[in-house]
Design a protein around this ligand. Structure first.
Ligand code: NAI
Ligand code: MG
Length: 354
């Protein structure tokens, strides 16, 4: 089994090593035989070589089973094409999965009183290959257009994936769209509906704008949500508000053969190099990788260790703490070791079936 490690730029270089030490611990302790392959892409590479990612990098990534990714800084150059979009497209990682599940104890730590953790437990599934991120654009001085592509095939595929998650949960799916204005979304909505009905999953739908309101005001209404590319991008970042910090939000990009795991946040140039970035989003992205690999016990141990850091207030400044990235990472690793040594694994029914 091969896992590519892409630290990327800025805080990607600080948070990914904290996740990798946990991967190393399990890999060595249980002889998993995971071969780590470091791949360099992003702004740093662009500055050194003129290319943020090469065809060879893509070929190397295609040869790996999974990818753990930090963040990259977007290059401000008209000739620059998004590295992430290229990876997602070329590897056909069609399902972007973003769990909105607060860490146990986080609302107490942050003194959030008007929201209950028990009310927030949803997964936003975003179609990752088309929509407004089709890459089909005509850019002019007076008029620029971007083509929004919705196909029945991709809509059925993402709906089917979302239904797979719904089966392990409440067997209900909400389709988020804007078909009242965007006629292309009628095809998305109809296809998702038909797919869910054919699989016996209860299906409802919501316009994207009112869903944004509900997401914050009434998150308890939702369980598994499926939506198109741009809406999913924005709404899942908004959903991260419910987690308490963007530094706590993990995500996965899943294809039929491979999967790519990354924190939702970017390279955070404003705090990069200071050693204060929250490593938990990266560590929970590794947890999602363990789930995807079928290593449910280890995934559970990681969640427990993260919750222990929150409980003991061993957290970075974004959560009001005084600890560094390394100190939080070391604490979580020590808890993982401790729980593992005690053969501890509570089956957490709230845990994610990703
Ligand atoms: P950002 O997510 O990097 O930062 C937004 C704010 O959240 C900043 O104030 C930052 O300090 C804070 N923050 C982010 N992650 C944190 C963490 N782990 N711990 C503590 N605080 C954290 O988004 P921004 O500033 O819009 O983008 C910066 C660069 O990152 C841009 O070049 C952008 O294109 C890129 N980016 C890359 C992404 C990726 O590689 N997946 C995703 C989003 C942005
Ligand atoms: Mg985003």
């Amino acid at each position: 089994m091969k896992t590519a490690i892409i630290e990327g730029d800025g805080i990607g270089k600080e948070v990914i090593p904290e996740a990798v030490t946990i991967l190393d611990y399990f890999n060595e302790t249980y002889d998993w035989g995971i071969e780590k392959i470091y791949v360099d892409v992003g702004l740093g590479k662009w500055e050194r070589t003129g290319a943020a990612i090469t065809d060879e990098d893509i070929a190397l990534l295609k040869s790996c089973d999974s990818i753990l990714f930090g963040a990259i800084t977007t290059v401000n150059d008209p000739s620059y094409k998004s590295v992430l979009l290229r990876i997602r497209k070329e590897l056909d990682l069609y399902a972007n999965v973003r769990p909105i599940l607060p860490i146990s104890g986080i609302y107490k730590l942050l003194n959030i009183r008007d929201q209950k953790e028990a009310d927030v437990n949803m997964i936003i599934v975003r179609e990752n290959t088309e929509g407004l991120y089709s890459g089909i654009e005509e850019i002019g001085d007076e008029k620029s257009t971007t083509t929004r592509v919705i196909t029945q095939k991709a809509s059925a595929r993402i709906a089917s994936f979302a239904c797979g998650l719904a089966f392990g949960r409440k067997n209900s799916l909400t389709v988020v769209h804007k078909s009242n204005v965007l006629k292309s979304d009628k095809l998305f909505l109809d296809t998702c509906r038909q797919t869910a009905e054919s699989k016996g999953v209860a299906v409802s739908d919501k316009l994207a704008d009112i869903f944004a309101y509900d997401l914050i005001m009434a998150p308890q209404k939702y369980d598994v949500v499926v939506t198109t590319n741009l809406f999913g991008d924005i709404l899942s970042d908004l959903g991260a508000v419910l987690l308490g910090s963007i530094g706590l939000a993990p995500s996965a990009n899943i294809g039929d053969k491979q999967a790519f795991f990354e924190p939702v946040h970017g390279s955070a140039p404003d705090i990069a190099g200071q050693g204060v970035a929250n490593p938990i989003a990266a560590i929970l992205s590794l947890k999602m990788m363990f789930d995807w690999m079928g290593k449910k016990r280890e995934a559970c141990l990681v969640s427990r260790a993260v919750a222990a850091a929150v409980h003991d207030e061993v957290v970075t400044p974004d959560l009001g703490g005084k600890y560094s990235t390394k100190e939080v990472g070391n604490f979580i690793l020590s808890k993982v070791r401790q729980l593992d040594a005690a053969s501890f694994c509570l089956e957490d029914p709230e845990d994610l079936p990703v």
